[in-house]
Design a protein around this ligand. Structure first.
Ligand SMILES: [Zn+2]
Length: 239
């Protein structure tokens, strides 16, 4: 499974996923069609599927155009209003790309129907705006309890699972993490690494479950109250 980041808008990443064996291609959260269609065409790939993690327009704005251009089948969370949707996904459902199987995990909090796609055998998960490197999504629709549980479920995946998040927020998240856990050496080290990567114009993703267990103050919260306190503090933290 080959995974390519297509930058969009200010800080979104749209993930193009290609299976060499079957020649199939999917795209995760295409907020904008143009850069995705251009990148796929440059590589000689035809997008057969769109997978959406949640309804926000910066994740679904390209659905209609990609479906029109390539005849792609659109799958997204059953609990949300997804443009051009063909397949409604619920907990335990599967998406397939060639012989790669992704299982649907419901991870509400950022939105009430948000899903993640977990490819267990590939050690890959597309997590949308639920978990970010060293951070997590804002609570627009869900409760702290829901988000805390969603993050704990993702953090319970094997440590080497690569997490593909939908935004380049890592540097701002790292600064908050260093503020939330000033004694955490792993956070301080990662802040320096991330700052160097961003100075060089490099992507900081994917992250891994193991890295997040060490350096993500939201994943590391020991209970819902601590999580809620940190989430509220992050909302008002200048970065
Ligand atoms: Zn969102």
């Amino acid at each position: 499974m080959e995974i390519v980041a297509v930058p969009a808008f200010t800080d979104n990443y749209i993930w193009l996923v290609h299976d060499r064996e079957s020649g199939e291609t999917a795209v995760v959260d295409p907020g904008d069609a143009a850069p995705v269609l251009a990148e796929a065409s440059r590589r000689g790939w035809t997008i057969g599927q769109v997978w959406n993690t949640h309804w926000h327009p910066d994740h679904t704005g390209g659905n209609v155009a990609i479906k029109q251009a390539n005849g792609a089948r659109v799958s997204g969370p059953a609990a949300e209003n997804i443009p051009a949707s063909d397949v409604a996904l619920k907990e335990g459902d599967e998406v397939r790309l060639g012989r790669h199987v992704g299982r649907v995990m419901e991870v509400p909090g950022h939105t009430s129907g948000h899903i993640a796609l977990v490819f267990d055998e590939d050690g890959v998960a597309f997590v949308g705006d639920t978990l970010f490197a060293m951070g997590c999504g804002r609570l627009f629709e869900g409760s702290p309890e829901q988000m805390y549980r969603s993050l704990q479920r993702l953090a319970a995946l094997p440590g080497d699972t690569r997490l593909y998040c939908a935004h380049e927020y890592t540097l701002a998240n790292a600064r908050f993490a260093a503020h939330a856990e000033p004694e955490n050496r792993a956070i301080a080290d990662r802040l320096a690494e991330v700052a160097a990567l961003r100075d060089a114009g490099q992507i900081t993703l994917p992250t891994t479950v193991a890295q997040e267990r060490e350096t993500n103050p939201f994943v590391r919260s020991t209970n819902v109250e601590e999580f809620a306190r940190r989430r509220a503090a992050k909302d008002s933290f200048g970065s």
